[in-house]
Design a protein around this ligand. Structure first.
Ligand SMILES: [Zn+2]
Length: 533
């Protein structure tokens, strides 16, 4: 059934233009997968005409199957004076091979005259030609009307003419953009209402948060007839950011009571928000509405008291609806159901009655206290649960490792030795690498491959280091997050230690162990015990 409001995520395009945000292709693919699982309707993957990384993203994304979302490539209308079929940037949009293409064009006479420096008619032709060309190539076309509200305020007739040019050429959506982010809600409402009245095509809204109204402006547009909202997870974006989807989604579902993402996804909102922060290597903002750790924290004594008596007294919703929790009486109940849900998602037959549940919860709590985060390291979480349930033996044991670095003049070399034991047999290997982690990875892989040749296909695709705040006054801890792939799927593992090498080592071991564990799931070991493969 079609939802009342469609969610268009542009974290990977508009969001990645934010200060301090830099996603690798591997990051983008993992984020796209999560967004799809969460149930957004469109994922804007990037602008192939603007950088080679985005071209590469679309090449790799072709191999992925998305269940819920349709992938969109972003670009602009053709250049002035250039026939659309000869415009390179438009050609790249076709080559991205996505079902959806989103293009932006000029709405404002100011931009047509002063920035683009072409005639008003040429701008209309640029819009019409490009939309028609993309439609002729079988694309679902979303037309983003840039500077839409400012343009309308300056010259309403011309603004309407640009929307109609897109509609006449076949655009499936006309999206009104508050590109500079400076409009007030009543202006957004009035102009959106005018657009909905003039257009037969469906209308969407794209807002920015320059005056702190990104979410509010999107909501008023939805209330007067827009049916599609564009934004980014955690509000990433240029300047002060875009409309924050982690706020706008629960507002649509729980406040406006309209359907958007699948109902069962909403309790995974906090997790999605933290996952994307982890991928961006940013600290999660505790004051973030809905999903921040302080969003339902109660400090004042009377509040705590009242909340214990009746939650609704100081909470606008039940925090569990968005996967958050009350932060006062570390709610065991909430923790419990979150873990059970997560474990089931990871394939474990865990229920509230499982006797090991308490031990798993305690272990997670203790590790989180030490600095572990599992939002982007589900493989490590799966191993932790599996180990506690004692479903299996450890596939290998590491008896020792050593890593050293030498520098001769300008040359440096790292060397690692690793000793592992598998089913009573030992392997001792040495390997070199560009850096200590690289050398350790090579040595461990070499040792394990003697027993498990399938590890040859495993490669590290991403490695992130975060220095954690020291709460205890002792040395600061380091959290290392590793993304690995075997060519078919990707997984994340995590390690924490005061020593960066040790933290990396923990994450590395988990990465290999997880691969073996997943392969074992596919072909269960014979009842007489495991072979050494
Ligand atoms: Zn934007």
């Amino acid at each position: 059934m079609k939802p009342q409001v469609e969610i268009y995520d542009t974290t990977l395009r508009d969001g990645s233009q934010g200060e301090g945000i830099n996603f690798s292709v591997a990051d983008k693919l993992r984020i796209a997968e999560r967004l799809d699982a969460f149930g957004v309707h469109y994922i804007e993957g990037g602008w192939p005409g603007s950088n080679p990384k985005d071209i590469q993203f679309f090449v790799e994304a072709k191999r992925k199957k998305f269940k819920n979302a349709r992938l969109a490539a972003f670009g602009s209308t053709r250049k002035k004076g250039v026939p659309v079929e000869r415009d390179d940037q438009v050609r790249l949009l076709i080559e991205a091979a996505t079902p959806v293409v989103t293009i932006f064009g000029k709405t404002s006479m100011l931009h047509v005259k002063e920035v683009l420096r072409c005639t008003p008619d040429e701008n209309l032709a640029m819009i019409g030609d490009t939309v028609r060309f993309l439609k002729d190539h079988g694309k679902f076309v979303i037309y983003d009307a840039e500077h839409c509200f400012d343009g309308y305020k300056l010259d309403p007739d011309y603004a309407v003419a640009t929307w109609l040019a897109a509609e006449k050429a076949g655009a499936d959506f006309v999206v009104l953009c508050d590109t500079n982010g400076g409009c007030l809600p009543d202006e957004i409402a009035a102009i959106t209402r005018a657009a909905v009245g003039k257009l037969n095509s469906q209308v969407g809204i794209h807002t920015h948060d320059d005056i702190g109204l990104g979410v509010a402006n999107a909501l008023v547009a939805l209330e007067v007839g827009a049916v599609h909202v564009q934004g980014t997870i955690n509000g990433y974006g240029e300047r002060t950011g875009n409309c924050n989807l982690t706020s706008v989604i629960p507002c649509i579902a729980l406040k406006l009571k309209k359907t958007c993402v699948p109902a069962q996804s909403l309790p995974k909102l906090k997790e999605l928000s933290q996952f994307v922060d982890e991928m961006a290597n940013l600290r999660h903002n505790p004051r973030q509405p809905w999903v921040g750790s302080a969003a339902f924290a109660h400090k004042g004594g009377t509040h705590v008291n009242a909340v214990q008596k009746i939650a609704a007294s100081y909470e606008h919703i039940d925090p569990a609806l968005v996967g958050n929790r009350r932060n006062v009486l570390i709610s065991d109940l909430a923790g419990r159901s979150n873990i059970v849900m997560k474990a089931q998602e990871l394939g474990f037959k865990l229920t509230n009655e499982t006797p090991e549940l308490k031990a798993i919860l305690n272990r997670i709590k203790q590790l989180e206290h030490e600095g572990y985060e599992y939002e982007a390291a589900e493989a490590s979480l799966a191993l932790l649960i599996g180990r506690t349930l004692k479903h299996r033996e450890l596939p290998f044991r590491v008896d020792a490792y050593h890593v050293s670095m030498r520098r001769n003049g300008t040359e440096h070399v790292c060397e690692a030795t690793v000793k592992v034991c598998v089913s009573g047999k030992t392997a001792h290997t040495v390997a070199e690498g560009d850096g200590p982690v690289n050398a350790l990875d090579a040595a461990l892989r070499l040792a394990l491959m003697k027993f498990f040749p399938q590890l040859q296909n495993v490669t590290l695709t991403d490695y992130k280091v975060r220095i954690l705040d020291s709460a205890t006054g002792t040395a600061a801890k380091t959290r290392v997050l590793i993304t690995s792939t075997d060519g078919r799927r990707e997984w994340g593992t995590v390690g924490v230690s005061e020593n960066i090498i040790e933290a990396s080592w923990i994450a590395l071991q988990d990465s290999f162990e997880y691969k073996l564990y997943k392969d074992e799931e596919k072909s269960p070991p014979s009842p007489s015990g495991r072979g050494s493969g």
